[in-house]
Design a protein around this ligand. Structure first.
Ligand SMILES: C[S@@+](CC[C@H](N)C(=O)[O-])C[C@H]1O[C@@H](n2cnc3c(N)ncnc32)[C@H](O)[C@@H]1O
Length: 211
């Protein structure tokens, strides 16, 4: 059984945007500034690990051509319905962060918000290579990472994989992977020479813009 897939699928199964109040489902706080600075109307952008589509809906509403990928088929279907309901277009595919189901050089930008934390370090390295593969020349990437503090209270529900990734083996998050990156690890992952900005938010989350 693919446990992370089962876990993420279970979150989206049975959710329907038509019967949910999505008024509180706001885009990531760093997204408007990223769009203002790096993107123009009509640009093609990929939302990698798109989840319930809060960021995709925002991007499409700004006139960008939005594409999304998520491991959970339920998330893909949720996003399709959510954008259709708003009468804005977007295309969503089931796939993984480390094997992106799009061709080379397709996107002016790729965003990966709070998703690289949920795969192993080896997969994250593959994912960065995949992001660069689908990115066009002069394309730009937005990555966010959760705060680096550990889930001390939940540590007994997880085993620690050799690379430091937590793999939850019991409790509500059973099946989920969670890796807490240090700033140094994020810098190494993105490649110091590729980083355009590296910011910390008040709660300790990290935002990287890179090429
Ligand atoms: C914390 S949620 C973030 C969702 C969205 N980016 C947002 O900001 O609302 C993490 C998302 O990553 C997806 N995910 C987890 N592992 C994945 C993988 N290996 N490949 C693709 N998506 C994955 C999950 O299904 C989930 O939608």
């Amino acid at each position: 059984m693919n446990e992370p897939l089962e876990y993420w699928d279970s979150l989206f199964r049975d959710l329907d945007p038509e019967t949910m109040d999505l008024s509180g489902s706001l885009p990531a706080s760093v997204l408007p500034g990223f769009c203002d600075r790096y993107l123009k109307k009509g640009d093609r952008i990929l939302d990698l690990g798109c989840g319930g589509g809060r960021n995709a809906a925002y991007l499409a509403g700004r006139g960008l051509q939005v594409y999304g990928v998520d491991i959970a088929q339920g998330a893909v279907e949720f996003c399709v319905k959510r954008l259709a309901q708003l009468q804005i277009s977007g295309e969503f595919r089931q796939g993984t962060l480390d094997s992106i189901p799009f061709q080379d050089n397709e996107f002016a930008a790729v965003i990966c918000i709070a998703s690289l934390d949920h795969i192993t370090l080896e997969s994250a390295r593959k994912s960065i290579a995949e992001i660069r593969r689908v990115l066009s020349d002069n394309g730009v990437v937005l990555l966010t990472f959760d705060p680096p503090d550990t889930d001390e209270e939940k540590i007994d529900e997880a085993e620690i994989l050799p690379d430091g990734t937590l793999r939850f083996v019991s409790g509500a998050q059973k099946g989920m992977l969670f890796r807490r990156y240090s700033d140094r690890e994020i810098t190494d992952l993105a490649g110091e020479e590729n980083i355009i900005s590296f910011d910390h938010s008040a709660n300790g989350a990290r935002t990287v813009v890179c090429c």
